[in-house]
Design a protein around this ligand. Structure first.
Ligand code: KG4
Ligand code: ZN
Length: 338
């Protein structure tokens, strides 16, 4: 990894308490060319300012074409297509969700401030993807040969963290703020339900989110008609911390239970996790405690959305002779699944 430049519109989203698709797309338009240039300057500092020389160092371009928000994907894909044509580079279309797991295949960098695993995961690999848009368990026999074991039937786990943060009046993004609040609360303070799913490896988080809302209403002595927007002002700090800790325990246990079950059934050589929620210290703690094999985690900066994970999967596609995309026709796929 020679560079990993991330432009985040998180500050803008925080003002609205979540991602507004039009604002996200507009930020992408503004950020994309400066980000690409900064990435090239970081990777090839001796060639700073010599754009054509920098591009000569590049073998291929990888771009996310799904899953994600249409407007944002479109900016990325159209930019990558244009650059691939202008600089005559092969173009690789990457599945964002699959990309999250490839963050674990990065083992060396010239960049300061990253702690990476020393070895690449050994196949067969069991992968758990936990992000704002996805919760999935995937079994990889080898690169590009995988089976989706299960996924969420409604909300993703990160989405549940974000919604619970809103109920408690904690800032967006909800994952890190619920995590922080939970440190001061009791994980066993409240009993919250774990969803029972018909699919062995499927998840559900919408019932848990509703249970948190009911619990918060009950705690302030109101019924289910009480507006959630008024709850943060009525809940004490202790109640918020206890609700955050109890929710986090159950949400994390839900994915850890199924990961342990899948480990026992498929006996993979390695278990890896990816997606924003993979940076959760509670998830890492529970997994390390309950899995009977040593598990390594990558740097939290590579768990939330980033370009390095997409480039890494692109690299494996090149090396393994996977087909390149047509830069004249590649389209976005907002609902792409694994
Ligand atoms: O993978 P990601 O950056 O974007 C998507 O592809 O969705 O994941 C973002 C999600 C958000 O829902 C955020 O609240 C969650 O990851 N997240 C966390 C933590 N850090 C980020 N959830 C729980 N604990 C964390 N420490
Ligand atoms: Zn993501």
């Amino acid at each position: 990894m020679l560079s990993n430049v991330v432009a985040s519109s998180m500050d803008l989203h925080a003002q609205y308490g979540g991602v507004v698709p039009e604002i996200a797309a507009r930020s992408h338009i503004e950020a994309i060319m400066p980000v690409i240039q900064e990435a090239l300057d970081t990777a090839f500092p001796a060639l700073a300012g010599k754009r054509d020389e920098q591009w000569k160092q590049i073998d291929a371009i990888a771009v996310t074409y799904g899953a994600g928000l249409g407007g944002s994907l479109l900016i990325g894909v159209l930019t990558a297509r244009s650059l691939a044509i202008a600089y005559d580079k092969p173009l690789y279309a990457i599945n964002h969700v699959e990309g999250h797991l490839y963050a674990n295949f990065l083992t060396s960098t010239s960049l300061p401030g990253y702690v990476l695993p020393s070895q690449q995961p050994e196949f067969p690999v069991l992968g758990l993807i936990v992000s704002g848009g996805h919760s999935q368990l995937v079994y990889f026999r080898s690169h590009f040969d995988y089976k989706l074991l299960g996924q969420t039937n409604d909300d993703a786990i990160g989405e549940a963290f974000d919604k619970v943060a809103k109920i408690l009046g904690l800032p967006y993004p909800g994952g890190p703020s619920v995590s922080k609040k939970a440190l001061k609360g009791g994980p066993l303070a409240f009993q919250l339900p774990k969803a029972k799913m018909p699919g062995k490896y499927d998840f559900s988080f919408s019932g848990l989110k509703t249970a948190v809302l009911r619990l918060a209403q009950e705690q302030v002595g109101e019924d289910f008609t009480y507006p959630s927007s008024a709850l943060p002002g009525r809940l004490s700090d202790k109640q918020k911390a206890d609700i955050a800790a109890s929710f986090q325990r159950v949400a994390v246990e839900t994915v850890v239970d199924k990961t342990v079950m899948a480990y026992e059934e498929f006996k993979p050589k390695t278990v890896i996790i990816g997606g924003g929620v993979a940076s959760s210290p509670e998830l890492r703690r529970q997994l390390s405690e309950r899995l009977p094999l040593p598990i390594t985690y990558t740097d939290p900066k590579l768990c939330t959305d980033n370009g390095a994970m997409i480039a890494t999967l692109g690299c494996f596609k090149v090396v393994n002779g996977q087909p390149a995309a047509d830069p004249y026709t590649l389209n976005i796929a907002p609902n792409l699944s694994m």
